[in-house]
Design a protein around this ligand. Sequence first.
Ligand code: GLA
Length: 349
Amino acid sequence: MVVTKSSFGKAKDGQELSLYTLTNHKDMSVQITDLGATLVSITMQDKYENNTDVILGFDTPEEYYASTTYFGAVIGRNGNRIDKGQFEINGKRYQLDNNDNGNNLHSGNNGFDSRKWTVERISESSICFGLEDKDLEQGYPGNFKVTVTYTLTDENELFLHYEGISDQDTVANMTNHAYFNLAGHDSGAMLDQELWLSARAYTPVRDSRSIPTGEIAPVKGTPMDFTTAKPIGSEIDADFEQLQFTGGYDHNFVLQEEKGTVMKFAEVYSPRSGICLEAFTDLPGVQFYAGNFISDCPGKKGAIYQKRQGFCLETQYFPNSINQEGFAKPLLKAGEKYDTTTCYKFSVR
Ligand code: GLA
């Protein structure tokens, strides 16, 4: 197992950026840049022994800065949407950027995805990135110190371990925004890939601005039901209001009521490549986003990404949960430890 480092150009402020490559004994490799602690590539052999990079991304920092896709980035302090960018903690009101139809998405214009992270530790199989987000720097209370550790095992598991601490009560709800395409990032739409999701319920949205109604609705009998595996594309364009609001899957699925222990919540399989992804988390929800907004997007190595070329499984507290009664709250108390794990495991069959 080795971790190597190369140059990844320059940050907006002129600082040098790097690209770190983790390689395991099974010849699987993962590349991560300190810009946004972003996953740039995940490469393994498919069933024909072709090297296959299964996530969408860019070759340069300029493209990461210019894009609104959040390819592979760490999102924080809060992933997903907050209604009108407002919330209250301990009787005090806070206002974030409203960067998405009058709401806050992925913490706005100064998100963790656009920051240069520092490398705190490197071991044989892992790399730990850290960031200090100041009191009100994004609009959230408290100085928040956070780390994300990526670990690649010889079982082809990629662990994402988030830890953090704040000196005031605050919101903490981090995620990773990787777009997977198990037939390869440059292989066209991923609609034939078969998804199993453990979720028996999801959180319907009010309208096309994607703020949940607060309801926990059963998936049974709807196109939202992936409790038996089916191709992602099989019902994505169904005559179903929730899918019309969002132009395809872009919903939070309910995995558990509260943060719990790490459990398997998804399995995705590409019949074309034979690559299988299993996903695990301890978080209450996952945003399953089908890449509906991608369009003519130039990506890595000359690829042009199109609509639904990648899917995201963004593990998280439910969208707008800081404001929504009945949803577990992504509230981190001053001095307490934020600690959550998500794992993506790959195999070929
Ligand atoms: C999230 C959102 C989507 C979209 C993408 C980024 O997954 O839920 O609606 O904004 O991020 O393009």
